[in-house]
Design a protein. Structure first.
Length: 518
């Protein structure tokens, strides 16, 4: 096998794009920009020509902003050909279909194409939810059928999942990996399983958010702010679902749930179904979790500044939270700060008077207060980086007095955090979501869907997570994440929180999750 560059389809290869909708037009643009002659076709008369016009306009706008060379635009547009007859695809070396998301429609199309294109023409599907194996099953030459899953909008989103069906040849996979890379994309290889990598591993981001809302841990704006400002995610789950559209997001969850025979890990949320029923589909409908017609966006619940004098603070241990708290309090000129050698026992990170502060480990604050025999106990949610986070979430045990909670709030405010209070749900918001993202990603790797490296890369490039889930697990420690999930599983008694075998193994061995082990 040659180098990856020599494996890429030469730019002289004719690329046919079938389906000139949102995805097809974007993919045609990418292929033409990369230098390929592109034929674009759609079942609806005039749709392909309209797509070429749209691409030309988009590229001309980019040229006007000096983001692309004007000559390149005219060369690219010349390479684009709208055709109306499938026979016009006879010279194609690669076909990418982006037609309606329907198994029978895709099968029929590929069967028709198989009799038009050369026998070695690669047939790629942009499906996001249908089994590539199933699409290929009744088509002549299933070894050349492959998934090429672009993300929306295709010209901007870097990730492309190259999906191997059971019959897909490894040569075709390698060619498409190399071709996507030559087109300036970041390809990752995956097996044809429900949701592939990204649409599967991202499910807990929405599911845990919805569950937190259902359990009234906080309102949408507060949970979103915590996920952004503490978790480091670009958007919180509710604003993101509103942007994606609840019809689309719910349908993906439902299809992954159904395809996994109703595995409770993927159970869709009734809270989201209600929005779908109401037609509150998100931004595009003017209303979803948020009302986009209202003059003022809802603000996250933020604790008012506590002005009572806070007693001396003691910070224990070398955890990320302890180190960042000490540094931030010192930087803000906090005078009464004690930093004894050694830890505070039982995971205590800080004390302020008789208030003890700990990082959540998947138990509720109330449960932890009982286990520790400390009434005035406050939990802190996970942050991507406690050194730079602007907000932190706290939850108090039922037994914690208000004055004692205020001391924890005062400590965090002195360290420069905005503080949001969550109700006392197990695992809080960021910790629980991140632990579930890690678990799902570990399980995908465990089932051979992709390598550990591909999984992290896919989540970084496909959904712009601030850190690959498996690298995040390594930063926190697989054993700590396993503990969080075991505590969640004990609390809820649901199969949903069961531990991935791979995470369990790495927690025991101490080996890293983010790298493949022979
Ligand atoms: N929209 C997304 O975010 C997204 C992301 C990744 C993958 N996908 C997948 O890409 C595919 C297309 O999605 P889209 O959002 O571009 O849809 P779209 O509705 O915007 O476009 C589909 C186009 O295909 C045409 N079409 C339908 N059946 C056809 C056929 N048999 N032959 C030729 N043309 C046909 C339609 O006329 C339409 O123009 C689907 O499989 C979808 O699951 C979509």
């Amino acid at each position: 096998m040659g180098t990856s560059e020599s494996l890429a389809l030469p730019v002289s290869t004719v690329v046919a794009v079938v389906g000139a909708g949102a995805m097809g037009a974007g993919i045609a643009q990418v292929a033409a920009l990369a230098g390929h002659p592109v034929r674009i076709i759609d079942a609806r008369a005039g749709a392909a020509a309209a797509a070429v016009t749209r691409i030309r306009d988009t590229l001309s706008q980019l040229a006007a902003k000096k983001k692309i060379d004007a000559r390149k635009v005219s060369e690219t547009v010349q390479r684009l050909d709208a055709v109306e007859d499938i026979e016009a695809l006879g010279a194609a070396g690669l076909v990418i279909e982006a037609v309606v998301e329907d198994l029978e429609a895709k099968r029929l199309l590929f069967s028709q194409l198989a009799s038009v294109v050369p026998h070695d023409c690669i047939l790629a599907t942009n499906t996001s939810s249908i089994s590539v194996t199933a699409i290929a099953a009744r088509v002549n030459g299933p070894q050349r059928i492959v998934g090429m899953h672009f993300f929306n909008p295709a010209p901007q989103m870097p990730l492309v999942e190259i999906v191997a069906g059971l019959a897909t040849s490894s040569e075709v996979i390698q060619r498409m990996m190399a071709t996507a890379a030559a087109w300036g994309k970041v390809p990752v290889q995956t097996k044809s399983t429900p949701g592939f990598i990204v649409n599967r591993c991202a499910r807990p981001f929405y599911a845990e958010g919805l569950r937190l809302l259902l359990e009234q841990a906080g309102d949408c704006a507060t949970i979103d702010a915590i996920m952004r400002e503490s978790g480091g995610f670009r958007m919180g789950p509710f604003e993101l679902m509103d942007m994606i559209g609840h019809d689309v997001n719910y349908a993906v969850t439902k299809s992954v749930f159904d395809a996994n025979y109703g595995d409770p890990r993927y159970t869709p949320s009734l809270a989201q179904l209600e929005l779908v029923h109401a037609g509150f589909l998100g931004r595009k409908a003017g209303r979803g979790f948020y009302d986009y017609g209202s003059a003022e966006a809802p603000r996250p619940a933020t604790e008012p500044i506590v002005t009572v004098p806070s007693p001396s603070i003691t910070i224990f241990g070398d955890s990320d939270l302890a180190k960042a708290l000490a540094r931030r309090l010192e930087a803000s000129g906090h005078r009464h700060l004690d930093r004894p050698y050694g830890d505070g026992g039982h995971g205590v990170v800080a004390k302020s008077g008789d208030t003890v502060v700990l990082l959540t480990d998947g138990r509720t604050a109330t449960q932890r207060a009982q286990d520790l025999g400390k009434d005035n106990l406050v939990l802190v949610d996970l942050a991507l980086d406690f050194g730079t986070a602007t907000r932190v979430a706290l939850a108090k045990a039922d037994s914690c007095a208000d004055y004692a909670f205020d001391r924890a709030v005062a400590m965090m405010q002195a360290a420069g955090f905005a503080v949001s209070r969550l109700q006392d749900v197990p695992g809080m918001a960021v910790m629980r979501t991140v632990a579930m993202l890690i678990n799902e990603t570990a399980e995908a790797v465990n089932h051979g869907v992709c390598t550990a490296e591909a999984a992290d890369l896919a989540m970084l490039k496909g959904v712009s997570y601030p850190r690959g889930p498996l690298a995040w697990a390594d930063a926190i420690g697989p054993a700590a994440i396993a503990r969080v999930l075991l505590n969640l599983s004990t609390w809820y008694g649901e199969d949903r929180y069961r531990l991935s075998t791979l995470l369990r193994r790495r927690a025991a061995s101490g080996e890293r999750l983010s790298v493949s082990h022979a």
